[in-house]
Every structure is written in structure tokens, then in C-alpha cells.
Design a protein around this ligand. Structure first.
Ligand SMILES: N[C@@H](CCC(=O)N[C@@H](CS)C(=O)NCC(=O)O)C(=O)O
Length: 312
């Protein structure tokens, strides 16, 4: 489903974004960094689902309190009763008619930066600066094909040969990005941009899920010093770690992907408190939000549940 353009209007749309999903996690981070909480509300499906996809099972009565539906599929059917396309999160739903307006995950966050500017908070960072767009577009394409999708290519490889190729391709890319980050605090230099958000959502899932479940195990993230320090630096920056629910992330992958984990047993480790350890990246200089400021506290009702937090 492409992004056919939807009129920007504060209070009209609901972002449906499961915390477990890396593509949805992106939208939660960007929404919070830009301070779009008042303009765009959020609905949060639980981590597991059946063939009919994501449900609002964590909400009271199992229905989203605003959309009043038990599953995101209902909002897709509102848009097209005959042939619901791929039912995925993130999705933006128009609360006027309850229909999905877009699930174009690559565009949603760029729209937050560019189309929703008048509703950004004071001090919102510029996550997609004009002078960096060419460089960022190229970099984000690379991160998408080689890393964001790279871990899935390993996990869902149908043959030893395909897995071997995917494994080398992924770790070659991680080595390349690690080298880039040796001397720069963030991917494009001194400030956080959307490129960092996109890399972060894969890195934060790496040791909890991808290393075991997807067999991306040349090293753990925590054994790759530059990437590990970079990821912790972001995790500890307001807007990043406070959107991450490790419990939901693990449940989603290990329970939903029955084909690669038929017992559906969810591992108890790793210890996530290591995410809060000193990272030392401040020595590289830079300032996370550039001319802007950090977002304030997480909105009441949008906090990560205690059992999913790094200090759980
Ligand atoms: N790859 C998706 C991006 C979003 C995505 O893959 N979301 C996953 C969750 S991480 C999803 O909702 N999958 C459908 C499902 O799990 O039922 C797309 O091309 O639109």
C-alpha cells in the first residue's frame, strides 16, 4: 500500500505501531523525538498474533480505545473490504472513518520530519536535514538492504548456501558501518539523524533475538566494541531506549515465527541491564540534538511496561 498522501491535521490520525516490530519502533522513536504526541496518537498492539495479524490484546477488553477495533486487520478492511493487502505495522489510521491511510514504513517517518513540521515540539531536532539528504538516502538504502533486512535474510534463509551468503553479507556491512562510526559519534557526523534511528532498531534487537533466533552469530553486538558503544549511546538518549520493550521483542519473534522456533520457547536471557552501562562515546564530541533539545518525559500511558525495560 503506497503513501497516496493524506492531509496533515492534528488530532486526526492514530499511529498503530507494535513495540516488537523494528519498522514500527522507528516511528515511535521519531514521533517522540519530534514531539508529535499531541498531533498523532498511538495504538499499541501486543507482541504476538495469529494468521490474522496484530491484535490489541494488551488493551482493556482487547480493543483499541480510540479505534474500537480488536485487530489492525479491521482498519485495513475499512480501507479495502475486498482485498486487504499485507497487514503490517506501522500503519496510520484516519480516526474519522477508521481506515488505514498508509503503511508505507519507509515514508511515514520522513513525512513526520517534513510534512508535520508545524506540529513539531519546540527544540525538535532536524532528523532529515536538507544538506544531508543525498548522503542519508544512500546510507539508509544501504542500512535497509544490508542490515535491517540483512538479519531477516539470515533468519529466513531456505538453504545452507543462502544462509552462508546472507551471513557474510550482513557482517561485512556491520564491519563497514563500524569503521564509519569509529571516528564519528553518529552516522552523518555530530548529530542524530533518521539514519541513526534506522540502524538503532536493528542493533537493539541483535543480542536479544537476531543472534540466536536468526543465527546472526559471528559475534554478539556486545562483542563489536564500536557498534556496541554507539548503540548504548543512542539507547541512553531520551527517545530511544524508552521506546524499547525487550520482553515484547523476544515474545514476538520467538512465538510468532513457529517455522524457525517450533517449540515457541522464549529465552530468558540476555541480561538487558548492560544497555545502561557507560559507553564513552561523548569523547567523540557532537551533540545528539544539534541546535535542538532532548524530548521531555514519556507521556503517561505510553511508558514501556516494567517487565520490558532494560532495568527489569
Ligand atoms: N516489510 C514491511 C514493513 C513492516 C513489517 O514487516 N512489519 C511486520 C512486523 S515486523 C508485520 O507487520 N508483519 C505482518 C505480520 O506480522 O503479521 C513492508 O514491506 O511493509
Amino acid at each position: 500500500m503506497g503513501d497516496e498522501g493524506y492531509p496533515v491535521e492534528s488530532g486526526r490520525y492514530r499511529l498503530v505501531a507494535a513495540r516488537a516490530c523494528p519498522w514500527a519502533n522507528r516511528t515511535l522513536i521519531v514521533r517522540r523525538l519530534l514531539g508529535l504526541e499531541d498531533a498523532i496518537s498511538v495504538g499499541l498492539p501486543g507482541p504476538t498474533h495469529d494468521a490474522d495479524s496484530w491484535t490489541f490484546d494488551l488493551d482493556e477488553g482487547g480493543v483499541d480505545p480510540v479505534l474500537q477495533i480488536p485487530r489492525i486487520k479491521d482498519a485495513y478492511l475499512k480501507r479495502d473490504p475486498n482485498s486487504p493487502h499485507g497487514i503490517t505495522v506501522p500503519a496510520i489510521v484516519d480516526t474519522r472513518d477508521g481506515a488505514v491511510v498508509t503503511n508505507d514504513f519507509a515514508q511515514i517517518t520522513l513525512d513526520f520530519s517534513t510534512e508535520w513540521k508545524e506540529f513539531h515540539r519546540e527544540g525538535a531536532p532536524d532528523l532529515y536535514p536538507e544538506h544531508l539528504r543525498d548522503e542519508m538516502d544512500q546510507l539508509m538504502r544501504y542500512i535497509y538492504t544490508e542490515i535491517n533486512n540483512g538479519v531477516y535474510r539470515c533468519g529466513f534463509a531456505g538453504s545452507q548456501e543462502a544462509y552462508n551468503d546472507a551471513f557474510h553479507r550482513l557482517f561485512d556491512a556491520l564491519d563497514t558501518i563500524s569503521e564509519r562510526l569509529e571516528t564519528r559519534r553518529y552516522l552523518t557526523g555530530d548529530h542524530i539523524t533518521e539514519a541513526d534511528v534506522r540502524l538503532f532498531t536493528t542493533l537493539v534487537r541483535f543480542d536479544a533475538v537476531y543472534h540466536g533466533h536468526f543465527k546472526t552469530n559471528r559475534q554478539k553486538l556486545s562483542e563489536m566494541p564500536v557498534l556496541w558503544a554507539y548503540a548504548r549511546d543512542l539507547f541512553q538518549t531520551p527517545g530511544f531506549g524508552d521506546t524499547v520493550d525487550f520482553d515484547q521483542i523476544k515474545k514476538h519473534y520467538y512465538i510468532v515465527h513457529k517455522d524457525i522456533n517450533p517449540t515457541q520457547i522464549v529465552p530468558l536471557g540476555p541480561d538487558n541491564s548492560v544497555w545502561l552501562s557507560e559507553h564513552g562515546r561523548g569523547a567523540l564530541g557532537g551533540s545528539p540534538f544539534g541546535e535542538g533539545t532532548a524530548p521531555g518525559p514519556v507521556r503517561p500511558g505510553e511508558e514501556v511496561r516494567p517487565e520490558g525495560r532494560a532495568d527489569a
